[in-house]
Design a protein around this ligand. Structure first.
Ligand code: G3P
Ligand code: CA
Length: 334
């Protein structure tokens, strides 16, 4: 469906909100998960981006987690540090044979000497998102530890009276295991230290590796909510049989948006059966990633993407780089 004006769109979404399932409305309004913080506005995974996401009204703030050489969980998206820091300048000669600088080869003290900048495309050396925070603007952004970020969120929860949650992703557990480290054991212990142990707590732990996500539940015995991430190339996990298996250990799925919906040449949303299949198995669905400045092919606007995600497809939340835009959308549904 195409919308001639925002007011027409607004009226229709309100009408649909009345007619459509409860999870798209009211007390079960969709969750807005700040993807790498307010990454549409500040360099991803900096504490500044997390504080901004909090202030913009996120329900959950995401942390991608990797380990340092000295076993400290840090919040950064990649197991290499080349994409968002000046590591080649600070530690020349410390790259591996493939030319990359791996976080796991550096101590926390070394990583704290780095400055974080906007993400670059390693092929071009240019900023990945041209209209975001300037690549050349360096104002002392650091890579935070997971503990620093938890302290920030808990501190803000206390000072504001809100209850914003954590959404940590365990990055590349097999890589960590090959390096002799069990990232899940370390992260779950830290979460426990800060009071997160039960299903009811405001945490979702996410991972792309299905064997490892199952291991968190069945071997490490966590009771925290687990979300099985599903990339566009893991379509087998999104099959009915795949979802049956996921429902044995997880509470939800985090699929690539491409597995949930697309837009045809006329700009109309076309949904798959994935959300319905997941809901039939008691799994919540939080697709990634909603970006106002990088829409799916043929999508007409970010609001149209959100309308398709929540109202047409019926997803329970979204990972987004633009928390403010998503919050404004779901608030208009109330
Ligand atoms: O974890 C949800 C989403 O963030 C997955 O994609 O690559 O941004 O971690 P990625
Ligand atoms: Ca992630």
């Amino acid at each position: 469906m195409r919308f001639k004006s925002f007011s027409a769109f607004f009226a229709l979404t309100l009408a649909l909100a009345i007619l459509l399932p409860a999870h798209a409305q009211g007390s079960t309004r969709p969750l807005i998960i700040a993807h790498r913080g307010a990454s549409g506005y500040l360099p991803e995974h900096t504490l500044e981006a997390k504080a901004m996401a909090y202030a913009l009204g996120a329900d959950y703030v995401e942390q991608d987690v990797v380990l340092t050489q000295d076993d400290v969980p840090i919040v950064v998206h990649d197991i290499i540090l080349d994409t968002v820091t000046n590591i080649a300048e600070i530690f020349p000669g410390r790259a591996r044979g493939d030319g990359h600088f791996y976080a796991i080869d550096f101590t926390l003290a070394e990583i704290k000497q780095l400055t974080v900048h906007e993400r670059i495309d390693l092929q071009t050396g240019k900023t990945a998102f041209p209209n975001r925070f300037p690549l050349e603007t360096v104002v002392g952004f650091e890579i935070p530890t997971l503990e620093e970020e938890i302290a920030l969120i808990q501190g803000l929860n206390r000072s504001t009276g809100h209850d914003v949650g954590l959404y940590p992703e365990l990055k590349e557990p097999a890589f960590h295991q090959a390096e002799g480290k069990d990232i899940g054991t370390i992260v779950l212990a830290l979460l426990e230290e800060y009071g997160y142990t039960r299903r009811a707590d405001r945490v979702f732990v996410q991972c792309f590796d299905p064997a490892y996500t199952r291991y968190l539940r069945e071997e490490l015995g966590t009771d925290l909510k687990l979300v099985q991430l599903i990339s566009g190339s893991q379509a087998n996990l999104a099959s009915p049989q795949g979802l049956d298996a996921i429902a044995e250990y997880a509470d939800g799925i985090g699929p690539s948006m491409s597995l949930v919906l697309s837009f045809d040449a006329q700009g109309q949303a076309q949904i798959t059966s994935l959300v319905a299949e997941a809901h039939a198995r008691g799994l919540v669905v939080h697709p990634y990633t909603g970006r106002a400045d990088s829409l799916p092919k043929n999508a007409q606007s970010f609001d149209q993407l959100l309308e398709a995600t929540f109202i047409v497809a019926g997803a329970d939340g979204i990972f987004t780089d633009h928390t403010d835009r998503a919050i404004a959308f779901v608030n208009a549904l109330q």
